[in-house]
Design a protein around this ligand. Sequence first.
Ligand SMILES: [Mg+2]
Length: 485
Amino acid sequence: MACVKRGRRERSRESQNVESVGRTGKTGAVGAMHAIFGRPAMAVQRAILHVDMDAFFASVEVRDDPRLRGKPVLVGGGGRRGVVATASYEARRFGCRSAQPMAQALKLCPEAVVVAPRHGVYVEVSQQVFDVFARFSPLVEGLSIDEAFLDISGTERLLGTPRQVAEALKAEVKATTALTCSVGIASVKFLAKIASGMNKPDGITEIPPGTELAFLTPLPVGALWGVGPRTEQRLEQRGIRTVGDLRRLGEKTLTDWLGAHGQHLYRLSAGLDERAVIPDREAKSISNEDTYAVDVVGVEALRQRLLSQATRVADRLVAEGRKARCVHLKIRDIHFVTESRQCTLPRPVNDHRAIYEAACRLLDSVETEGRSFRLTGVGVADFDAGSAPVQLGLFDAPREMREIREAPRKESLQEVMSAVRKRFGHQALFPGDAGSERRLGSSGAITHTRPVAGEETEAGTDARRGEAKADGGKGRGRGRLGSGP
Ligand SMILES: [Mg+2]
């Protein structure tokens, strides 16, 4: 086992992937459509859909438990440090929203029903939803577990107008999952994203080509991707409140004032956004984090938490049919000192034991003596899709050889255990999970990291996902118009 820091090589490989996928995606599928329909690429009006499930986690819970219907529902961890992952629309009427401390949400809406998240189920439903998306376009770019862009440019003769596509897609999502989604239709990505938030729930909002400026002009500047509360405040001090105000400043003034960011904002305010829909559904990491109501003291207690988390992560790996080579540990003490460690395993794994043991070895390098901890997290990355047989190396350490030999047995055991837990709940095969009653904010993050050139990475600190990872756009553009899953 070699401890490594996330290096330059890995990052550059990721960005290369994104670029090459983007290129082949654009010229591949759309190019093929142009070949079929004999239209030159330049003449095709771009049509982008942004599809966002409505109050995703809460809607899944209400679907599966009809007693919750019509009630304000808060999905998330209870107790002092819990956070809201998703609030149902009934709860939103009281001012509840995602990433809010649970205690605050309950103050706003004391009658709300708090439901613990079931990430395994959400992942499964997400998979069904994305399978539906894939039937409408080969160009699907997932932004998070419950939202995606679809490029449907050039499909009008085949599938109908963009609005007809959106209607058919909504109907198919409903038929498959019994859930609703909202769709935004526009010629560029960021407008489609804004549009999907305008008619929630169960809505379609179309910004027809040529009406972009009229649509944008009256919107508050915070609606633009990359305008966070800080930028918004700076703009407001200069009397700039709407996107129209921003555009009237002109590109030069904005660039002089805010640099490249200003130029980017100007372009958005003018409805310009050439970013392609990049079909990359691969999550880059899977992790599970818990914030505890009662501080965790001592190595044994910490290990117990890591075992529970490693199990959850393994279940997700099995659910997605993947294995991972890299294991990471995150730990935060009561003084908010956060440490993270990661290591690379000799072979990709999906069994909880291997992940747990790696996490424990990482924990060994953390000073735990005399410290109390409020958060632990276990994650995996560096996925390996295939399950090719592993060649035993001549000089492999005996323990590694044993691990490799036992791998197929461990994997099938893991699959059985994951299936049982999926059906009967986490406790069914995990009675030793003493941390479960005291677990508050629990976050199972599928982290999509898709660096897109020119896109601002506003720090979308989302308590549900923890602060460790960029959330691939989920925090972006949320402003007043977006909503949680
Ligand atoms: Mg959503």
